[in-house]
Design a protein around this ligand. Structure first.
Ligand code: GDP
Length: 539
């Protein structure tokens, strides 16, 4: 190896090791935005916190590109942010915070190497936390848990840990423990070091780091600051945890079998730096990823492989109304990306020069000169890319990362143009939005000529679709919501499938048979009636 090649290889190893690519998942209002903002605050990206949350009031934040998001003050699309925190390169993948979410959310999780799950200490595990967690479990992504809002009246921490275990089916292991709760929430004991951190709110409130005093819990004595009862109860609880709690093991965490639990308040910053420090220490850097070389043959590609490779996990059109462009988001899985690089597009078997790639950070789309495994590239997409496409610098043969799971849609509709003259525009829009993966287009099993059915994981996707059909394709439409509540992909012989009368047999855009059901009960019934068939929730 020449000196240059050796130096580059060493650099690739170092850069891969210092990357953490993750997503924060939560039920709306648990504190995801506030936590993201604090990460920016602690990394020195913003001097005072309040900028990210600002989008909910008047100023639209950079991640809210679409007019509709700005109107509603919610973030519908998933974007990515990159910054450096304590010498580690952080890539945060933003998942929509709205109650209603989409396939994008699930696909974005495929690009994450770990996840921070935020739980509201008063509410515990909520429905959306559970759905998102299930998507993480599918890939065994390591999950950190933050029990947030400890500064407010909250449930018993031991109960909350038990709920995580029961509802999510993962072992919970507390790495730290709250000192007091609600109005008396004063600090955190770091169980690994035995240190107790007592915080004082700064005059600037949550927009600056709190003052903190640190001492060993074993040495602590009651003081003006900390009364005897609180000190005794924290010692008792920790003793109980030592005896009856789950031990933490890095291997079990990395395998997705145990979640380390942290307590804190993102609003006042209590306990937040401890979480971030543990995150840097424990979260995995990009590791080898499986890739298919044929229907049933798989290889793994190491991030430090000298071949550059990446895959498209999301496509988003028209984020910038001035440019009307379309961005493909790629996650780098191996090698080093350089600006103006010529890559091979595996599906099209075509060489392409990647011009104008962007990393997306806040409101300026900085152009990148180089990027490493774990990094997210936004590439101007002149219709070349589809969800799941793989690109590489070549030499690695034919392989594809593009096995992104598709989750069963739970919402179904027919859309019609108000003005029949706009049918063409609407069809074009629908097919573009299906390519982006914004919705799924289904067809009746036995009637190929029939008007297509649209299906989505979240109801909001239809509204986004209608908005974009009108805004971008000039087609005002009406929506007829269909009475199906869930679906499943059908595996087995279609002819012999005993379909409940009100269920409907359709084909998805990849010609796979799918069944739509009017209720979960009907779906269970169909499973019972068809022991020789499989009805699966994701494909
Ligand atoms: P998201 O929907 O998950 O992004 O939630 P936000 O970060 O927007 O938080 C929802 C609300 O909870 C906002 O009013 C926050 O100020 C508030 N909040 C977030 N974290 C805390 C916390 O630790 N304590 C308290 N008391 N409020 C919080």
């Amino acid at each position: 190896m020449s000196v240059d090649v050796q130096a580059l290889a060493a650099r690739l190893v170092t850069e891969t090791k210092r990357r953490r690519t993750f997503a924060i998942i939560s039920h709306p209002d648990a504190g995801k935005t506030t936590l993201t903002e604090k990460l920016l605050l602690y990394s020195g990206m913003i001097r005072t916190a309040g900028m990210v949350a600002g989008r909910k009031s008047d100023k639209a934040a950079a991640s809210d590109w679409m007019g509709m998001e700005q109107e509603r003050g919610i973030s519908i699309t998933s974007s990515a942010m990159q910054f450096v925190f304590k010498d580690v390169v952080i890539n945060i993948l933003d998942t929509p915070g709205h109650q209603d979410f989409s396939e994008d959310t699930y696909r974005t999780l495929t690009a994450a190497d770990s996840v921070i799950m935020v739980i509201d200490a008063a509410k515990g595990v909520e429905p959306q936390t559970r759905k998102l967690f299930d998507a993480c479990r599918l890939r065994k992504i390591p999950v950190f848990t933050l029990v947030n809002k400890m500064d407010q009246p909250c449930r018993d921490p031991i109960d909350l840990m038990a709920e995580v275990e029961d509802v999510l089916g993962i072992q919970a292991s507390a790495l730290d423990w709250p000192v007091g709760r609600g109005r008396e929430f004063q600090g955190i004991v770091d169980r690994r070091s035995g240190e107790m951190h007592l915080y004082t709110r700064s005059a600037a409130g949550g927009s600056a780091k709190p003052e903190v005093t640190t001492e060993l819990l074993a040495d602590a004595t009651p003081s003006d600051r900390l009364d005897e009862a609180t000190l005794t109860s924290v010692r008792d609880e920790l003793e109980l945890l030592e005896a009856a709690g789950n031990p933490f093991s890095l291997d079990a965490f990395r395998a997705g079998a145990v979640t380390p639990v942290f307590f804190g308040s993102a609003l006042t910053n209590f306990g937040i730096e401890l979480l971030f420090d543990a995150f840097i220490e424990l979260a995995p850097s990009p590791s080898a990823r499986p890739a298919h070389i044929s229907e049933d043959e798989e290889i793994t590609i190491d991030p430090t492989d000298s071949m550059f490779s990446a895959y498209v996990f999301k496509i988003q059109a028209n984020m910038d109304p001035r440019h009307r462009d379309c961005l493909a988001f790629l996650r780098i899985n191996s090698g080093r990306f350089e600006k103006d690089m010529t890559i091979r597009h595996h599906r099209l078997n075509k060489k392409i020069r990647l011009s104008r790639p962007h990393t997306l950070m806040a409101d300026d789309r900085g152009t990148v000169d180089e990027a490493y495994p774990g990094d997210i590239l936004g590439v101007i997409n002149p219709g070349l890319f589809a969800i799941g496409d793989t690109i590489s610098s070549g030499g690695g043969g034919d392989f594809g990362f593009g096995q992104l799971p598709q989750f069963q849609p739970e919402h179904f509709a027919r859309v019609r143009p108000d003005d029949t003259g706009k049918r063409k525009g609407m069809d074009k829009g629908v097919s573009q939005l299906a390519t982006e993966g914004a919705i799924q287009v289904l067809r009746e099993w036995n009637d190929k000529g029939a008007f297509p059915l649209l299906a989505a994981v979240g109801r909001l996707q239809f509204e986004v679709l209608q908005y974009r059909l009108e805004d971008e394709y000039g087609a005002k439409t009406s929506l007829e919501i269909l009475p199906f509540a869930c679906s499943a992909w059908l595996r087995g012989e279609v002819q012999s499938f005993r379909k409940p009368t009100s269920a409907r047999l359709v084909r998805d855009q990849f010609e796979r048979p799918m069944v739509l059901f009017t209720s979960r009960w009907e779906k269970s019934y169909a499973r019972e009636q068809n022991p020789d068939h499989e009805l699966v929730d994701y494909a």
